[in-house]
Design a protein around this ligand. Structure first.
Ligand code: AHG
Ligand code: MN
Ligand code: MN
Length: 310
């Protein structure tokens, strides 16, 4: 379905979730977060214009975009009436932003890949929506997850436990359905690898050599959101930020980055592991809990487990 066709049918996000039987408050919360992506995107473009030589002549402290995105998101959620606690990569602790009786607990990576802003590469926002406090196993607490990709188009992928679906923000500022119930193939043909090669452990290197001898093509931008989005939309492949010699837990954060993406990819028939356990079965011990990750289509994940067990 081309974007213009999608615009014509204008199956907007709210209607899609209503037809999918998503719970009312959760529908409103997902929609509210999706709309917040427009404000964050505007800030990215504003900052980019500043990067483009029009430095802020008033010498104001140009808030790092990460913190700006976090403030925008927190403010939107604070008054939504649906969110009890807000945990963000930009905050030191979980913040109680509700009155104490709200249904949902949010994890946010408000801006992932912000170091890429000045290169004009795509970056994103990653959100986990939980029904109970977030320091737990994702499989027990997550009820929805979503990410927004700020690229040539602004796209949003969400799952509320009934498949994973992609929307595109149109000229009128409405999210229109691009594809629903995305189902990944059993295997793909791209691999996306973080960390320095000289830092990789032998079993990871053996796995990578298997992928390379099988003809996989390298696709790595350094932005977790577009790197994962590519694997989902191409319906196959593998992303890994592995355990490294100097950092056995890898780099990526379990609750802010890995759990939401694992939830979305599992809903699309994919898998996500730390090399032995499912990402969603790992109990988050603290906000900064990091984990190695292998996430993508089934064949590549099962192969990763074999190599890492060896
Ligand atoms: P963030 O900008 O939220 O800190 O995340 C950056 C992460 C993630 O986007 C990406 O996969 C990873 O950093 C890239 O790390 P390297 O620069 O080590 O490749
Ligand atoms: Mn991040
Ligand atoms: Mn971030």
């Amino acid at each position: 379905m081309s974007i213009s066709d999608a615009t014509q049918c204008a199956t907007d996000l709210r209607r899609h979730m209503w037809m999918a039987g998503v719970e009312t408050e959760l529908r409103r919360l997902i929609w509210q977060i999706a709309i917040t992506g427009k404000y964050i995107s505007a800030k990215i473009h504003e900052a980019n214009r500043k990067f483009a030589g029009f430095r802020n002549i008033f010498g104001e402290e140009q808030l790092a975009l990460d913190r700006t995105a976090d403030e925008i998101l927190k403010a939107q959620l604070q008054f939504s009436g649906f969110v009890r606690e807000y945990a963000s990569e930009e905050q030191d602790s979980v913040i109680v932003i509700g009155k104490g009786d709200e249904q949902y607990f949010i994890t946010a990576d408000p801006l992932d890949g912000s170091s890429l802003v000045d290169t004009n590469l795509s970056i994103g926002t990653i959100i986990g929506i939980h029904s109970s406090p977030v320091l737990n196993e994702g499989r027990k607490t997550l009820v929805a997850a979503m990410y927004i990709t700020y690229g040539p188009l602004i796209t949003m992928v969400y799952s509320a436990g009934k498949g994973s679906h992609e929307f595109v923000l149109n000229r009128e500022g409405e999210y229109v359905l691009a594809q629903e119930n995305i189902v990944m193939d059993d295997r793909g043909s791209i691999y996306s690898l973080g960390g320095l090669r000289k830092e990789w452990l032998p079993e990871h290197l053996a796995y990578v050599e298997f992928l390379e001898s099988s003809g996989y093509k390298l696709r790595y931008s350094g932005g977790f959101v577009p790197d994962i989005n590519q694997i989902l939309i191409k319906k196959g492949g593998i992303f890994s930020y592995p355990a490294l010699k100097k950092s056995p837990s890898g780099k990526l954060r379990l609750i802010f980055e890995l759990q939401p993406m694992a939830y979305i990819l599992e809903q699309a028939g994919g898998m996500a592991t730390d090399g032995s356990r499912d990402i969603l079965d790992i109990k988050a011990t603290d906000l900064d809990h990091r984990s190695p990750v292998y996430i993508g289509s089934r064949f590549e994940i099962q192969k990763a487990r074999e190599f890492l067990k060896a």
